[in-house]
Design a protein around this ligand. Structure first.
Ligand code: AGP
Length: 616
């Protein structure tokens, strides 16, 4: 959590940093700050609350200078407040930090014993004091002082540091939290992810854990430079990669919120994730990125999917496909639960880690455990070179483009796309699917963007239904088979952004408990397309109606029976059964969006949440 940006160039640094932080606000938004070197010394402005407060503070107190660092925070150590906002200053040093310093208590005690006075409750301020102490003790440069300080620190971090005595230099380091360099013309930047830097360059250098880098802004005679070393002082080269995301992909593009824009981007995200990966002629999937040759694919005894939150729901749909299409036993586990029990992995397991950000702490920790046990790991992520794909043997990137709304939407359907590709690949290699079956499944996948466009055409009707849910304090979502995870996802979306209590349930479980909740005040959203379990789900609808529950149904066009039972119906196009989860989730995303928007909530940055959860 938390986002950092650094800029060294020829333009005024503060507006560039604030603009970069705006792209990172999804990582945390309880306070923010910026420090700029004006040639004489370092000026700091910090503000409690969202980035807007920092922009206003910077407008009141303009910062001169072409080199600086900034931060947007999601509180871990110390409540959200201006004092706890970064940058933290000690002597001539200013620091921004993303991550957690685990030995902060001992270090703080040691520094206090030496007479240091702290002005915040954060673990980050310790780094500032350590670097300041190293400089006062004779370190030759900021680079050396940061190196010496980090050797005392345990935990995860990405940091950027300024020294008042070095007006052209930012020192940055990465250990367990992401940090990317952007190499522009006459300017060099660093940031927590590429979206913060895209307005300046598409040429990015992804730092590795343990990298320490000295960024020097352009001087009168020389251009900007980046010097990278390991913590032990060994120089290293990291390749520069050209990114194909455009800066406008991280803009709202006329939509009121990023979430609404991202819901509408799903047809493109799915089409992009399929592109170049399918072989329709042979009814197969190009498996190179999956990292499993046909022999290894046949040797897999079990698939074990690890994920959290929305990605976990995608994984549950994936299990359905893996078992139905590839006939491979599949377990799905929450990242946080893997570390809370003695999970067993085998060398012939294929572990699939599904994570939009590629950084989620619990998923990452579980992947490390699986890898240590000898399992093969495949990462499904939307963020190039993020921590989880780096650890994996294969990476199947979703190509959803940057997802800014904290509530995940387009990454979910892009994850479904990737999991369907893996399922067809394994099905073909393991002989569970022949070429015709593979072709028909893939043709179904190719038709999904068109179906979703059709559903998006009915967004206004979903908005009308949302009006009837604005005052609901509880909502039940029911679905069966592959639509059970969609019920879970519909409930998660609603609670994340509308703050209403919502529960997703397997429709077959209704009579084992939740039926007790049903009365005239409880809206029940039932996902009931015409599929193999349609009649059973219709039975649930009748049971809800018999108890005067209010039914909002997702049903296939022309379903007369549903027409007579439900208060509202969102019509689904007739589509092949295996692609229905792509379609049923879209109206539920819209429903959550319109309820939250109607309530006047900050849809893109819901309270207490952050998009990237890098803490346990
Ligand atoms: C989704 O709407 C959530 N904000 C959250 O549940 C998220 O899916 C979860 O934290 C996992 O994130 P990841 O995909 O980046 O690992």
């Amino acid at each position: 959590m938390c986002g950092i940006v650094g800029y060294a160039g020829r333009q005024s640094a503060a507006p560039i940093i604030v603009d970069g932080l705006r792209k990172l606000e999804y990582r945390g938004y309880d306070s923010a700050g910026v420090a700029v070197h004006d040639g004489r010394g370092i000026e700091v402005v910090r503000a409690l609350g969202k980035l807007r407060a920092l922009s206003e503070a910077v407008a009141k107190r303009p910062l001169e200078g072409t080199l600086g660092i900034g931060h947007t925070r999601w509180a871990t150590h110390g409540r959200p407040s201006e004092e706890n906002a970064h940058p933290h200053v000690a002597g001539k040093v200013a620091v921004v930090h993303n991550g957690i310093i685990e030995n902060h208590v001992a270090l703080r005690r040691e520094l206090i014993a030496e007479g240091v006075r702290f002005s915040s409750e954060t673990d980050t301020e310790i780094i500032a004091h350590l670097v300041d102490r190293a400089l006062r003790n004779g370190a030759r440069s900021l680079f050396e002082a940061v190196r010496a300080s980090l050797q005392l620190v345990t935990g995860a971090y990405a940091i950027a540091v300024l020294n008042a005595d070095e007006p052209l230099t930012i020192v940055a380091a990465r250990h367990g939290s992401p940090l990317v360099l952007g190499i522009g013309e006459n300017e060099i930047l660093c940031g927590s992810d590429i979206s913060a830097l895209l307005a300046h360059t598409r040429d990015m250098v992804f730092l590795e854990d343990g990298d320490l880098v000295e960024l020097r802004g352009p001087g009168p005679e020389a251009g900007p430079t980046a010097r990278i070393q390991t913590m032990d002082g060994v120089p290293v080269e990291r390749p520069t990669k050209r990114i194909d995301w455009s800066p406008t992909m991280a803009e709202r593009g006329g939509f009121k919120h990023f979430m609404l824009k991202e819901i509408h981007e799903q047809p493109d995200a799915i089409a992009a994730t399929l592109r170049g990966r399918i072989d329709l002629e042979n009814g197969d999937v190009h498996g190179g990125e999956i990292g499993l040759d046909p022999v290894s694919a046949r040797a897999i005894r079990r698939v074990y999917i690890i994920a959290c939150g929305t990605s976990y729901h995608a994984a549950l749909v994936g299990r359905y496909w893996l078992e139905a299409l590839a006939r491979v036993p599949t377990t799905v586990e929450l990242g946080s639960e893997v570390s809370n029990r003695p999970a067993v992995f085998f060398e012939d397991d294929l572990v699939i880690a599904v994570s939009q950000s590629g950084e989620t702490f619990d998923t990452l920790a579980a992947v490390k455990a699986a890898k240590a046990a000898g399992a093969r790991v495949l990462a499904v992520s939307n963020v190039l070179d993020s921590a989880i794909p780096r650890l994996a043997h294969g990476e199947l990137y979703t190509r959803a483009g940057p997802e800014i709304g904290v509530a995940s939407t387009k990454c979910f359907t892009a994850q479904l796309t990737a999991l369907l590709l893996v399922s067809v690949y394994l099905g073909r290699q393991r002989g569970a699917l022949d070429a015709d079956a593979g072709r028909s499944l893939l043709q179904g996948a190719c038709a999904v963007p068109g179906f979703i466009n059709e559903l998006l055409g009915d967004a206004d009707y979903v908005r009308t239904i949302a009006t009837s849910l604005v005052d609901a304090t509880d909502v039940l979502f029911l679905g069966r088979g592959y639509n059970y995870p969609i019920a879970l996802e519909g409930a998660l979306k609603l609670k994340e952004i509308s703050y209403a209590h919502a529960e997703g349930y397997a429709a077959g479980e209704m009579k084992h408990g939740p039926i007790a909740l049903i009365d005239a005040s409880l809206p029940v959203v039932v996902i009931a397309p015409k599929d193999a379990s349609y009649f059973k789900t219709l039975g649930n609808v009748q049971e809800v109606r018999a108890r005067e529950g209010r039914v909002i149904a997702l049903a296939t066009k022309g379903d007369e029976a549903m027409h007579d039972l439900a208060e509202h119906i969102i019509w689904l196009p007739e589509a092949p059964e295996h692609v229905l989860p792509f379609l049923t989730v879209v109206p539920l995303q819209l429903l959550a969006y319109y309820v939250a928007s109607r309530k006047g909530h900050d849809v893109d940055q819901p309270r207490n949440l952050a998009k990237t959860v890098t803490v346990e």
